[in-house]
Each structure stands twice: as structure tokens, then as C-alpha cells.
Ligand binder design. Structure first.
Ligand code: KE4
Length: 432
């Protein structure tokens, strides 16, 4: 990109006043190199950058924009809500409507609380799990991201007997001393961890389909056993569905696993992204007995000035109304499958090892011979080729996630033309 482009000038200016020039690290393109695109506006399946260049958007704000940008019903709902009032700091009917609409599609939850970000929802769910069980220890999995709350910024210790080490400066070791980090899909490790610590475990937090490792599914045997061990030891199984929630299906990932594992359900769930439709809104929920431990009823404190914000709830409600319409997910899943099959087919024709997977409107691809099952195997895929492919596609007007370990997202606005153009651009890029 030439240095006199508006993007380059904006990036230089942004770096003077905002660390890294961005308000969230992944946007800085540091994993792939190059100059991030400053987006001026978006419409349908497209984003337009500061230099006026159009991109087919497979980020979708990292998941929320499942309808595409600028859906008329969503815009109308948001504009009407804004005219009525931006924020009250008092309860509104729309919060009740949104809670009811979410619970209608997530039978594992009897109650929920609305918050403003996935981090806040996961952090609050963690505190609630600890408060409800009276236990401090937790398990998470390497490669899963649950937002940037201190207790969750942790990497594996030297063994199952030792607890985590911080992944970020500023997180005291004491804060993560109760967090055990295990390998995703590793049955032997969860058996050993529960044998050692089961009676002290408040919860296990997991991304059921790990979109923060690009796209890695929890295996059915692993998820089956995890559910059994949590039940056996009285630990809560917390599904972080911030990314998968209402993205992989109307029942989210938990409905997918309930089809594969009879009677399966998590004890608590965390949502975000799609339920806000692009506005700051997230939620956590579970059974009444657990949720009623929350203030003002119970001893677990949690609060938020903008929680259940009237404009954000209008956006979320309008989005949920559209995605609940018959046939929505069938059409979305078909488009996404066409994309993944097209990319993998183009790679095969070019003699390039590529694998891909998708569920609903969420997908991932790796330059590798087989689908990774855990974080170490994701990191072993061909990162250099991924980064070259990312830039070749960006130059062709296709905006994939600017990092090997991120998932991609298709919206209802992505039509055959967008999928076809993407696959053609990929064929050119992979032959180069
Ligand atoms: P937020 O605090 O960013 O709203 O949500 C945190 C979070 C929690 N749980 C899961 C499974 C998530 O994927 C996220 C956030 N996802 C990233 C993308 N991998 C957001 C993008 C960013 O950090 O800028």
C-alpha cells in the first residue's frame, strides 16, 4: 500500500494517539503484517475503506453482522430506539423482551443477565460459578479465548498439578493460581485433572467450537466425558458461546452437541456478538438456582451502567427476529459450505494442502493436510502461506481474518456472486 494512501496516513495518525493505532490488538494486522484498512462504511456483504476500496467482508465485526451490514429492519429499530432515548440507567421492557427471546432458543438457561461485552459476560459467569459453588479453581483450554479478564489471561503451567501462568503483563500470578489450562480435546488430561482437583473445581469454561483457534471442534467423546466429569464432581460446565451463539445455528453450539450427545446441556452459557447485532451487548445465563445468587438477590455482585442499553437491545431484538425466520440458517449454512468447499477445491487444483470446516455461518481454513484438533496443531499449520494468501486476497478485494488463529464469518448478505468471486480470487492467489 502506498504511503500516501488515506489508510496509511490514518494509521500513522492513529498510532500517535491510540496504542498500536487500534482499539483492539487483532485489528492492527501485526499477525499478517501490512497496513490495516480503516473502514469508512459498510453495506451488505461489503466494507469500504478510507481509500474507497471495496472488500467482501468475512470478518463481520468478528461475528455480530450475521445479517450483513445495514439491514433495513435493524437500522429502523436502532434509529427509532435512539430517538426515544440513548440510555436510562433504569429497567426497560425491551430488556425483558430480549431476555425472553434469547431464553426461548436456549433451553439450558432459565435466566440471564445482559452486559456490554463478551469479556464482561465471561468474567461475570466465572465469578458466579465460583460464588455458587463456593470453590475457586477453574479449568480452561489452551487456544480458547474468553475475553481479557485477569483470571482468564493464562497459559498452561508445567503440568496438571501446577496451575496457570499469566499470558499478560499486569496480571499477578496470584490471580491465575487457581486456573488450570488443559489441552483442548485431550481426554487423558481432563481425567487426570478431575482426579486431582475435581472437588475444588468451580467450573470448566470452554468454547464448544473454538473460533479463537480459527475453527476447532470439541470432539463428541471429549465433550461427553467433560459433561460427565463436571456432573460427577459438582463443577459447572460453562459454554462460552460468545462467537458460536446464534452464529452456528439458532440453538447455538449447545443444540448441535445436544443432537450428538443425548440429554447434553451446559450448566451456564455466555453469549455476545450476534445477540447485539453489532452493538455493545452480551449476556450470561443458567439455571434459576445459580442465577439467583446474583445481586440484588444473592451474594455475587455484578453490575453495569450500560447493561441492557435501550439502543443495543433494539439492535439485538431486530437481529434475533430476522435470524429466527424459517430457512435462515439453512441458507446461511449452504453459502458457508459453498465457500469452504470452493476454497479447498481451489487449493487442491493448485496442489496446495488446505483443509476447512464450517458450522452455520462460521468457518475456518488451514494450510495443512488435516484439521487441527488442538492449539499446538493449529500453530503447526503453514502460517507463512496463510499470511501470503491473506494479502493476495485482500488485494483482490476479499477481507479474511488478519490472523491464522481467527475464524471467518458469512452473512445472509453474502450471495452466490460474493462466494463465486471469493473462490475465483482464491484460485488465482493459490496458483501464484
Ligand atoms: P469481547 O469482550 O471482545 O466482546 O468478547 C470477548 C470474547 C469472549 N469469548 C469468545 C469466544 C470470543 O471470541 C471473544 C472475542 N472474540 C474476538 C475475536 N476472536 C474479538 C475480536 C477482538 O478481540 O477485537
Amino acid at each position: 500500500m502506498s504511503t500516501d494512501s488515506r489508510n496509511a496516513r490514518l494509521f500513522a495518525r492513529a498510532q500517535q494517539v491510540i496504542p498500536g493505532g487500534v482499539n483492539s490488538p487483532v485489528r492492527a494486522f501485526r499477525a499478517v503484517g501490512g497496513v490495516p484498512r480503516f473502514i469508512a462504511r459498510a453495506e451488505g456483504a461489503y466494507m469500504i475503506d478510507a481509500d474507497g476500496r471495496r472488500y467482501i467482508d468475512y470478518i463481520g465485526s468478528w461475528g455480530p453482522m450475521i445479517l450483513g451490514h445495514g439491514h433495513p429492519a435493524v437500522l429502523e429499530a436502532v434509529q427509532q430506539a435512539a430517538r426515544e432515548g440513548l440510555s436510562y440507567g433504569a429497567p426497560t421492557e425491551r430488556e425483558v423482551e430480549l431476555a425472553e427471546a434469547i431464553l426461548a432458543h436456549v433451553p439450558s438457561m432459565e435466566m440471564l443477565r445482559l452486559v456490554s461485552s463478551g469479556t464482561e459476560a465471561a468474567m461475570s459467569a466465572l465469578r458466579l460459578a465460583r460464588g455458587a459453588t463456593g470453590r475457586s479453581r477453574i479449568i480452561k483450554f489452551e487456544g480458547c479465548y474468553h475475553g481479557h479478564a485477569d483470571a482468564l489471561l493464562v497459559k498452561a503451567g508445567s503440568g496438571l498439578a501446577t496451575f496457570g501462568h499469566p499470558t499478560s503483563a499486569g496480571v499477578p500470578a496470584e490471580v491465575v493460581q487457581h486456573t488450570l489450562v488443559l489441552e483442548y480435546n485431550n481426554l487423558a488430561q481432563i481425567e487426570e485433572a478431575f482426579a486431582l482437583h475435581g472437588r475444588d473445581l468451580a467450573c470448566v469454561m470452554i468454547e464448544p467450537i473454538a473460533g479463537n483457534m480459527n475453527f476447532v471442534r470439541a470432539s463428541v467423546p471429549f465433550m461427553t466425558r467433560l459433561r460427565e466429569l463436571c456432573t460427577q464432581h459438582g463443577a459447572l460446565l460453562v459454554f462460552d458461546e460468545v462467537m458460536t451463539g446464534f452464529r452456528v445455528g439458532l440453538g447455538s453450539a449447545q443444540a448441535h452437541y445436544a443432537k450428538l450427545i443425548p440429554g447434553f446441556a451446559p450448566d451456564m452459557s455466555v453469549f455476545g456478538k450476534v445477540i447485539g447485532g453489532g452493538m455493545p451487548l452480551a449476556a450470561f445465563g443458567g439455571k434459576r438456582a445459580v442465577m439467583e445468587q446474583l445481586a440484588p438477590l444473592g451474594p455475587v455482585y455484578q453490575a453495569g451502567t450500560l447493561s441492557g442499553n435501550p439502543v443495543a437491545t433494539a439492535c439485538g431484538l431486530a437481529t434475533l427476529k430476522e435470524i429466527a425466520k424459517p430457512g435462515f440458517y439453512e441458507a446461511l449454512a449452504q453459502r458457508t459450505r459453498e465457500l469452504v468447499d470452493g476454497l479447498v477445491g481451489a487449493a487442491k487444483a493448485a496442489g496446495v494442502p488446505m483443509v476447512g470446516d464450517c458450522e452455520g455461518g462460521m468457518f475456518g481454513f488451514f494450510f495443512a493436510g488435516e484439521l487441527p484438533q488442538n492449539y499446538a496443531s493449529v500453530l503447526a499449520t503453514d502460517k507463512e502461506r496463510f499470511n501470503r494468501f491473506f494479502h493476495a486476497m485482500l488485494e483482490s478485494g476479499v477481507y479474511f481474518a488478519p490472523a491464522l488463529y481467527e475464524a471467518g464469518f458469512v452473512s445472509a448478505a453474502h450471495g452466490a456472486a460474493e462466494i463465486g468471486a471469493t473462490v475465483e480470487a482464491a484460485a488465482r492467489a493459490l496458483r501464484a
